[in-house]
Design a protein around this ligand. Structure first.
Ligand code: SF4
Length: 357
């Protein structure tokens, strides 16, 4: 049984047209299936009612459309929603949907857990389970579009659990699913891949012709400090990451989480501005989520504002990210950590609290 949700739309279209013809249908019948995969998703072949019943039955005999089980959902007072999905092998991943004016940004996961162990990150502290498959990454967007009422993404950031560029073979296909008009049709400029600086992945992303955005998790402006916060810095030191960012032909954003007394001194602002100038980066300062990191305290809003002004004084564009979903622990990995504390991961059929319609 072939999984249609692991394929780029163009691949699925080709395969389904061939399938239709080999089963005595016109090729266009195969193409008619494609919008139901992502654009106007349905839960099963039986629900593709614009197709002849016999053809739907043939499809169900040869292909699968695997679902993710929505285990919990939480809504913050600011409208941010956080979802925990259980995968077929019992792993749990999370997705956050953040409304902002007319935008709906989904923060999606690319791995179950994360191998990189950044000191301030709840996901890193959980360890690494495995890479997600295409249908498990893109499926997060699909499942929310299947809710009643549907929640549809206008923007995507790969800032959930995991390091997307360590799962490039899947993320490469997911980018096509997200961007292709036969997939979700989300503009490439509205899709951001966030990385700690996995160099081969940055190069691979740079080779894609679409204008996907790159965000770099910098978090410390010197090797010495970054080493203590992000062990990956040993393999991919700051200078090499900045060189890769400078070679990346599109706009790059620096992500910089403000850790009280650790990386928020005035000289850090100066160093960060110098790095940003080297590669023409925009700087995003991220207030630490209260309770989000063991052993760290947030920088005060006044100090963040001062830090931002100092960076701007060097001619570098900077923004302070709004902290969203504070009351539901919407920082990376926290919902999953809360659930795990209560109960270890179980089989896919166990204890569902919220069921996708
Ligand atoms: S911050 Fe990102 S890369 Fe670092 S441990 Fe957490 S999920 Fe992994």
């Amino acid at each position: 049984m072939r999984n249609l949700l692991d394929l780029a739309p163009v691949e699925a279209d080709r395969l389904l047209r061939e399938f239709a013809v080999s089963h005595g249908e016109a090729a266009y019948r195969g193409s008619q299936v494609v919008p139901h995969l992502w654009q106007k998703p349905v839960a099963s072949f039986a629900a593709m009612t614009d197709l002849p019943k016999a053809f739907r039955e043939r499809l169900a005999e040869h292909f699968v459309l695997p679902r993710l089980t929505l285990e919990t959902g939480q809504r913050s007072t600011d409208g941010t929603r956080k979802f925990l999905f259980r995968l077929a092998d019992g792993q749990a991943i999370e997705t956050v949907a953040i409304p902002d004016d007319d935008r709906m940004t989904f923060c999606i996961s690319s791995q179950a857990g994360c191998p990189l162990q950044c000191a301030f990150c709840a996901t890193g502290a959980m360890g690494f389970a495995r890479n997600l498959a295409v249908h498990e990454i893109a499926g997060q967007v699909r499942e929310l579009a299947l809710l009643d009422p549907p929640v549809r993404a206008t923007n995507i950031v790969f800032m959930g659990m995991g390091e997307p560029l360590m799962n490039w073979s899947a993320v490469d296909v997911v980018l096509s699913v997200l961007n292709d008009p036969k997939g979700f049709g989300i503009g490439a400029r509205h899709i951001t891949v966030s990385t700690v600086g996995i160099l081969p992945g940055i190069e691979a992303l740079g080779r894609r012709k679409e204008q996907f955005r790159l965000a770099l998790s910098i978090h410390a402006p010197s090797d010495a400090l970054r080493q203590t916060l992000m062990p990956v810095n040993t393999k991919y030191p700051l200078a090499a990451v900045i060189r890769a960012a400078a070679a990346f032909e599109r706009r790059v954003t620096f992500e910089y989480v403000m850790l009280g007394g650790v990386n928020d001194h005035p000289e850090h602002a100066d160093q960060l501005a110098t790095l940003a100038r080297e590669c023409g980066a925009f700087v995003n300062l991220i207030p630490l989520h209260p309770g989000g990191a063991m052993g760290f305290t947030p920088t005060s809003p006044e100090m963040i504002a001062r830090f931002a002004r100092r960076i701007r004084g060097h001619g570098v564009e900077v923004a302070i990210r709004k902290s969203r979903g504070k009351d539901i622990a919407a920082a990376c990995g926290q919902l999953r950590v809360e659930r795990l504390r209560r109960r270890p991961p179980a089989g896919p059929d166990d204890d569902r609290e919220v069921q996708v319609a």
